[in-house]
Design a protein around this ligand. Structure first.
Ligand SMILES: *Cc1c(COP(=O)(O)O)cnc(C)c1O
Length: 347
């Protein structure tokens, strides 16, 4: 195995940085009855008049227990989008470093690369939407800091072959980020249980999909304590607000309810796939490990417009490489899916 030196990947300014120390940073006993006159807050209670815990201790301790990691291996953000942005800002020198992404994939990696003035090297997935290990390794050089693997992948829906992922983690000379936004819909195991084996592995998850909380914005990053410590240096202290911490805590404390909803979505997914097989202009239904299904149709632009005019909005992914004439359908409620099928039958 290659030698891994985290220090050589961190930006110089971040190495030197001392994190901003907020008024509440040193204070650990949030539950004790104290008089807080340290942060210039309005003292009249309304539920949100105090600054939130910058370390989100309660939420992290529940997540740590459920996922079998240490709290020091967790960083929380305002959605995964913020977490991913922090990773760019900690490790990628603008106008100098580069990252590798694997289209067709989640559009945010490219946006974040461009926002941070970091070169985005695109290495297409194979026709089966699996990564091509040799192509990826060939495209990386001394300035390649990050490799983004989205598994299950958006918009294709498939999970990546674990042997290929493992080979990439081992051989890639930088940090490998596995975006597991859809992992709770997949029958296959994610990479969290193997986090301790790989010092260059970062796993991101989110409450936006299976947990049904896209509106509160909570993204989760799991990595070695060393990586998390670096990301914490540049994290805005109050990036996860009080309301989000509360609602997220309530939700993660009820894993059974989340599981029941996931089970219903998966049943609906099977029903939708069966019905799609009967639609004459549906040419291919791609295998999916997520809460959506990618289909190839005869004329995607036409079908998209027809669906909209019947009141159903789906995602046209035709502009993505390898995705000519494809539409992505999110699995909705039973009624919503029925409506989709009904419209597909009439157009
Ligand atoms: C939806 C999605 C996310 C979620 O991002 P949030 O900012 O946490 O809402 C992350 N990654 C992928 C691939 C997604 O499709």
């Amino acid at each position: 195995m290659k030698k891994f030196k985290l220090d050589s990947l961190v930006r110089e300014n971040v190495k030197r940085l001392k994190p901003y120390s907020s008024a509440r940073d040193e204070f650990k006993d949030f539950d004790r009855d104290m008089v807080f006159l340290d942060a210039n807050e309005n003292p009249f209670e309304n539920g949100v008049n105090r600054y939130p815990d910058p370390h989100q201790r309660s939420l992290k301790s529940v997540l740590a227990e459920q996922k079998g990691v240490q709290t020091a291996q967790i960083l929380l953000g305002n959605g995964s989008d913020e977490v991913l942005d922090l990773i760019f800002r900690a490790f990628c020198e603008p106008h100098k470093d580069n990252v590798i992404t694997l289209p067709p994939t989640y559009g945010m990696y490219k946006v974040l690369a461009e926002t941070n003035a970091v070169e985005n090297r695109e290495v297409l997935l194979w026709e089966d939407f699996q990564p091509v290990v040799e192509h990826i390794l060939q495209r990386s050089d001394d300035h390649t800091k990050l490799l983004f693997l989205c598994s299950p992948n958006n918009p294709t829906g498939n999970g990546f072959d674990p042997e290929k992922v493992e080979e990439l983690i081992i051989k890639f000379n930088g940090l490998v980020i596995i975006d597991e936004a859809y992992i709770d819909f997949s029958g296959k195991e994610g990479w969290l249980s193997r986090l301790g084996e790989f010092p260059n592995l970062i796993i991101t998850q989110t409450l936006s999909k299976a947990y049904g909380m896209a509106g509160v914005r909570l993204g989760i990053c799991y990595a070695s304590e060393a990586i998390i410590t670096i990301l914490k240096k540049i994290k805005p202290p109050y990036n996860v607000n009080q309301l989000t911490q509360q609602r997220a805590l309530e939700r993660v404390a009820q894993p059974n309810r989340v599981q029941q909803e996931v089970a219903r979505i998966l049943r609906e997914r099977d029903n939708l796939i069966r019905a799609l097989g009967q639609i004459p202009f549906v040419q291919k239904i791609y295998p999916t490990d997520a809460n959506f299904v990618l289909v190839r149709v005869d004329k995607a632009d036409l079908r998209y417009q027809q669906l909209v005019s019947h009141g159903v909005v789906v995602r046209n992914r035709s502009s993505q490489p390898l995705c000519d004439n494809t539409l992505r359908f999110t699995i909705g409620t039973e009624q919503e899916n029925k409506k989709l099928i009904e419209v597909l039958r009439t157009i």
